[in-house]
Design a binder for this molecule. Sequence first.
Ligand SMILES: Cc1ncc(C[n+]2csc(CCOP(=O)(O)OP(=O)(O)O)c2C)c(N)n1
Ligand SMILES: [Mg+2]
Length: 422
Amino acid sequence: MEARFEKAVIERLWRALEQALGQPGERALAHRLGVSVATVRRWRQTGRLPLPLLVMHVPEVAWVHLLGEELLGLLIPQAIPPGWQPTPALPDESAPIPPIRASERLTDSERCHLLEWMLWAREFDQAFIRLYRQGHTIGGVFAQMGNEAVSVGAAYALSPHDALFPMHRDIGVHFVRGQDLQALVATHLGRQGSLTRGTDGTVHYADPERRIYGNISHLGAMVPVAVGYALAARLKGEDTVVMTFIGDGGAQTGEFHEAVNFAAVHRLPVVVVIENNQYAYSTPNQQEYACRFLAYRALGYGCFGEVVDGTDVELVYEACCRAVERARRGEGPTLLETLTFRMRGHAEHDDAAYVPEAIRRYWEARDPVERYARFLHERGILTPEQVAALRERIRHELRTAIEDVLRRPFPAAEEALRNVFL
Ligand SMILES: Cc1ncc(C[n+]2csc(CCOP(=O)(O)OP(=O)(O)O)c2C)c(N)n1
Ligand SMILES: [Mg+2]
């Protein structure tokens, strides 16, 4: 495999080679590899190196130390936001915002649906932030603002018979699956008509009819359950792909590791979407893990990995389509890392004052909903006026549903004793 490196990396590498092989490096290397000096010189000038050959024949160079990230990056596709740095390092705010990487699989009418579901997620959040302040919600409000492109783009890559295990920032999957709005609102407000009969608030709810299974924990406990579901589906002879989500913090738990390892060993049809929103509660990336990308761990598990810009809904969709296809072909799980941002605190009680302003500004300029609305406008698919009208319709439907649900009573007290082991 030939890999192309930047000039600075080549020079760094060359110095290490010369140190290991003695002067002059080109001649010594040519001799060691059994190629001509001219060939070595060409590699150096063009920046194209036969990496496996070098690693095999010059073991005295500390390759991983020198090239760690570049080396792994060759095997894990990356489409990251330009200028991004693992937090708390500051991003390059002057980096360009790349155009949406349009997926060839999507029609314009599907694109309108994607935007609509993202708008639903955004408006739902904003409404519930207000309801939280008014004291109407049961439990915390975990806004998913900034994460819309991930939950919507990922869920849309599945067939309706595939199973979804969303996390606390994935309300978008409910909109993609056509969730009943009143039921969703009633669930978050703990009123009659709730998906959990009022026994939970904003986090641990499920809808098996739509094959959406509940968030068990903010941390890693859901991943083994999702993987177990995939195993059960296989044993039953079903063609079911399972998609589960996990935060950057959740990805540091033992359960996450055990589950992904098990899925890889058994080549189970699982897509693990890591929502790397830069923070685990208030802990930034660089205090959570030492690798550059969490998807690099795929090599250790022996499964596929990919890193994508999680603010580009079509990029997320496309990467998930590939992962789903691999899963259906029996090639096992994919660890897909989406780089995104939590535009609010961990929950509404947290003002996220620990996020440096430069990081906030960088990601706000990449707001996934605004980016996509702009893209649809530039493509001549929807005008800003049409988007504004769509937003207005969503707000109206949401307001009506909330008013209706707030008039409903809380569930009867006996409900608390149903379906529990006593
Ligand atoms: C066993 C356990 N320890 C700690 C917590 C508190 N806690 C809840 S979420 C969280 C961080 C999760 O990080 P991440 O997965 O990145 O989610 P995000 O904060 O981005 O929503 C912590 C420490 C918990 N709920 N359970
Ligand atoms: Mg996080």
